[in-house]
Design a protein. Structure first.
Length: 117
């Protein structure tokens, strides 16, 4: 996201994430369903942990996850470095990794870093 609007946009993303409902995908009022397998849930957690270890800031809304099933809370990783694992690999979970750029050329460079890694 463009650096000059990052703070406002991150606030809006947090507000929206705070309203997301986690639960059974059979319930039409649910926004985020279950993770398909324990191995995938563990992979999501491992990637988020590694992203934080690499300098990302992790934010999750206060969400009550269902006791039965495999669920991961909506997660925002900000201040992600372009070479971080969460910028380079698809997470396949309810995780948004964000980074900022200042100029259009810098945005293109970020996109090229992602596609060549």
């Amino acid at each position: 996201m463009q650096e000059s609007i990052a703070e406002v946009l991150i606030g809006k993303i947090r507000d929206r994430m705070s309203t997301l409902r986690v639960g059974s995908p059979l319930d039409k009022s649910i926004d985020i369903g279950a993770i398909v397998a324990r191995v995938q849930l563990d992979r999501i957690q491992r990637l988020v942990d590694q992203g934080v270890a690499e300098g990302a800031t992790c934010w999750q809304p206060r969400t009550v996850l269902p006791a039965k099933g495999l669920f991961f809370p909506p997660t925002l990783l900000s201040n992600v470095h372009p070479t971080s694992i969460v910028a380079q690999q698809e997470i396949f979970g309810p995780v948004l990794a964000s980074m900022t750029f200042r100029t259009p050329n810098e945005a293109v460079e970020l996109a090229n870093t992602r596609s060549t890694a």
